[in-house]
Write a new protein. Structure first.
Length: 383
């Protein structure tokens, strides 16, 4: 079996199938382009994995509650701990017992933030002998609280005045729902004009349905979130025909589409039609990894390749950083301190090298912890 929290299982079923479909569609698009251009390579163009593969995994998924030990075998148990990164996200703590001693090993996964909309704050972790912790923002401080509604309103109002579109690459999980939350807030307060709003991501639409099924994981903003899904002018796009129809809209519209880093999905089609328009805005609201199309655009490249063709960037490029669902250096430190003890060793992972090294140094210099930034395939003995 494959264990996860209930919300994680619900989302995983959607994500795996959606990702498989994107793989199949991208492979087919590339195959047709090669055929059209008379290009032949040594290997056939095939998807990395298929919808059939994803469907074969689904029966193996089993849900388990937070804070409830799960016996995996003799002397081995695991516990899921809320980390508030996305709906259902969990740190994983293993307890290993033998005749001599008991050891606990904590894996952080992605750690979320405190005082954010929708989800409850990260839960205290409890003691661990070893910790493996992410470091996405291990060398950064998010800084002052960003006025997300204010910045979002500025982008929407200025772009609408120019009669352009607001194109928002967004992660289907959490980020899209947060966007709807803030858009509903702005709309109710009459801070933005009444525009058509499209969530052009079948996965985001289905994940939004999952959110409605797990209100027990929400904080006090639950009611606000539920209202967000009844936002005036909102269309949850479910079909390809509906997606294509967006291009015929006259005037301004807000289009939220995946993938969040512009590596695939319907966002690419909307970029093709808007990135060359000075009146439109491409608004980034999430992390853009090095090498992704989103990062290339955000870094100011003047010409970018999308779907095999080069496009001149004439649209306004904007970013709102306050949406980050990743804890920064101090928030990661706060989370680790909730262990209540100093682990024998803390392994810093899941971050660009400079971020991981900086966070490792921070824990050593400020907490006196023993830390290591492991390399690929490194091994460590847990004594």
């Amino acid at each position: 079996p494959i264990y996860g929290t209930s919300a994680t299982i619900d989302i995983a079923k959607i994500v795996m199938l959606d990702s498989a479909k994107i793989n199949e569609e991208d492979a087919e698009f590339k195959r047709r382009r090669h055929e059209r251009e008379g290009r032949k390579g040594p290997y056939p163009v095939v998807p990395l994995y298929t919808t059939e593969d994803a469907q074969a995994v689904t029966p193996l998924l089993q849900a388990w509650d937070f804070a409830k030990p799960l016996e995996l075998g003799p002397g081995l148990s695991v516990e899921f701990i809320e980390v508030a990164h996305i709906l259902g996200a969990a740190a994983v703590k293993f307890t290993i017992e033998d005749a001599k001693k008991t050891r606990t090993v904590l894996f952080s996964g992605d750690v979320g933030r405190w005082d954010m909309p929708i989800l409850r704050d990260p839960a205290p972790v409890g003691a661990a002998d070893y910790a493996v912790v992410e470091s996405t923002y291990g060398n950064r401080i998010h800084g002052r609280a960003v006025d997300i509604p204010g910045e979002l309103a500025e982008v929407i109002n200025s772009t609408a005045k120019a009669r352009g579109n607001i194109i928002i690459p967004s992660f289907a999980i959490e980020r899209t729902q947060e966007l709807l939350y803030f858009l509903a807030q702005l709309s109710r307060n009459n801070q933005i004009p009444r525009l058509r709003i499209f969530v052009d991501s079948p996965m985001a639409v289905r994940v939004s349905d999952v959110f409605k099924r797990h209100p027990g994981l929400f904080d006090h903003d639950t009611t606000e979130l539920m209202r967000s899904f009844r936002l005036p002018g909102l269309t949850m796009v479910r079909t390809v025909a509906q997606s294509k129809a967006i291009n015929r809209i006259r005037g301004s519209a807000i289009v939220i589409a995946g993938s969040g880093m512009c590596t695939g999905g319907r966002i690419k089609h909307h970029l093709v039609r808007n990135i060359g328009r000075p009146e439109s805005t491409i608004l980034f609201v999430g992390y853009q990894a090095v090498g992704t199309l989103g990062r290339i655009i955000l870094d100011g490249e003047k010409d970018v390749r999308i779907q095999g063709e080069t496009h001149r960037v004439r649209a306004r490029i904007a970013r709102i950083s306050g949406f980050s669902a990743h804890a920064d250096r101090d928030e990661l430190t706060r989370w680790l301190q909730s262990l209540g003890n100093q682990p024998d060793q803390t392994f810093i992972t899941h971050g660009e090298p400079e971020a991981a090294e900086a966070f490792s140094d921070h824990l050593q210099n400020n907490l006196g912890w023993q830390t290591t930034v492991p390399n690929y395939l490194d091994k460590a003995a847990l004594m």
